[in-house]
Design a protein around this ligand. Structure first.
Ligand code: ADP
Ligand code: MG
Length: 237
C-alpha cells in the first residue's frame, strides 16, 4: 500500500471533522475522495499531506510512518483549486521550480521539464507567463509542476473546481491520460460524482467525517453499501 490511513480522528473544537477513518490506497492507483461539502475530504487530504495533524491515528506513505513528518519530508506533490503560480516566472520556470530548489543539475531540469511540458501540451507556451494562459492551461501547468519532482504521492484538492464545465471535462481526461503515462499514486478530492465515476480507479465516499464505502466506480454504482451512497450517487445525468 502506498498510503495507509489508520484510525484517523480530527476535531475542530467540539466539531468532529473525521471520525476513525481508515483507508488503504495501493501504489499507482488513481483514487477519488468523493462526498458532499463539509464531509471532511479536504481535512483528510491535508492530513495525508502533512499540512494538518490528526488528533488520533496514523498515516504511512510507502510503508513508512509519516504521522509526525512535516509536509516537505513526505515527498508529496499538490494541486489546489486555485493554483498559486509564480506570476513573474515563465511557464517553464514554474514547472522547473521544485527541481531548481533541490539543486537538480541544469541539463536534467531541462530534460524533465521539456518532457512534462510536452505531456501536458504546453511546449509552445513555455516562455509565457501564467497570466497569459487559460484557466485549463494553468491547471495543466500545475499538474506538470507537481509531477516534476517525482513525488511518490500526488494530492489534488478540487483541482478543477474553479473552471467551467467544458474545461473541467477536458482536464478530467488530462488527469486520466497523464496518470496512465506517469502512474504516480494519486488522490483527488471532488464533490462531483460524475468526475469521480469517470476518472477514478477507486472511490472513497466520505460523509460527515466517516468513510461510507470504498470501491470501484462499478462497485459503487451497482452495489451501493447503504442508502447514503445510493442517494448520493443517484442517477448520473
Ligand atoms: P470538505 O472538503 O469535504 O468539504 P472539509 O474537510 O474542508 O470538508 O471540512 C470538514 C468540516 O470541518 C467542515 O464542517 C469545516 O467547516 C470544518 N473545518 C475544516 N477546517 C477547519 C478549521 N481549520 N477550523 C474549523 N473548522 C474546520
Ligand atoms: Mg474541501
Amino acid at each position: 500500500m502506498s498510503i495507509d490511513v489508520r484510525g484517523v480522528g480530527k476535531k475542530f473544537g467540539d466539531f468532529v471533522a473525521l471520525d476513525d477513518v481508515s483507508v488503504s490506497i495501493p501504489t499507482g492507483q488513481l483514487t477519488a475522495l468523493l462526498g458532499p461539502s463539509g464531509g471532511g475530504k479536504s481535512t483528510l487530504l491535508r492530513i495525508i499531506a502533512g499540512l494538518e495533524t490528526a488528533d488520533t491515528g496514523t498515516v504511512s506513505i510507502e510503508g513508512r510512518d509519516a504521522t509526525s513528518l512535516p509536509a516537505q519530508k513526505r515527498n508529496v506533490g499538490f494541486v489546489f483549486q486555485h493554483y498559486a503560480a509564480f506570476k513573474h516566472l515563465s511557464v517553464r520556470k514554474n514547472v522547473a521550480f521544485g527541481l531548481e530548489i533541490r539543486k537538480t543539475p541544469k541539463d536534467e531540469v531541462r530534460r524533465r521539464v521539456d518532457e512534462l511540458l510536452a505531456l501536458v501540451h504546453l511546449t509552445q507556451f513555455a516562455d509565457r507567463k501564467p497570466a497569459q494562459l487559460s484557466g485549463g492551461q494553468r491547471q495543466r501547468m500545475a499538474l506538470a509542476r507537481a509531477l516534476a519532482v517525482q513525488p511518490s504521492v500526488l494530492l489534488l484538492d478540487e483541482p478543477f473546481g474553479a473552471l467551467d464545465a467544458k474545461v473541467r471535462k477536458e482536464l478530467r481526461d488530462w488527469l486520466r491520460r497523464l496518470h496512465d503515462e506517469i502512474p504516480v499514486t494519486t488522490v483527488f478530492v471532488t464533490h462531483d460524482q460524475e468526475e469521480a465515476l469517470e476518472v477514478a480507479d477507486e472511490i472513497v465516499v466520505i460523509n460527515e467525517g466517516r468513510v461510507e464505502q470504498v470501491g470501484s466506480p462499478d462497485d459503487l454504482y451497482d452495489t451501493p453499501a447503504n442508502p447514503f451512497v445510493m442517494g448520493f450517487l443517484g442517477p448520473v445525468t
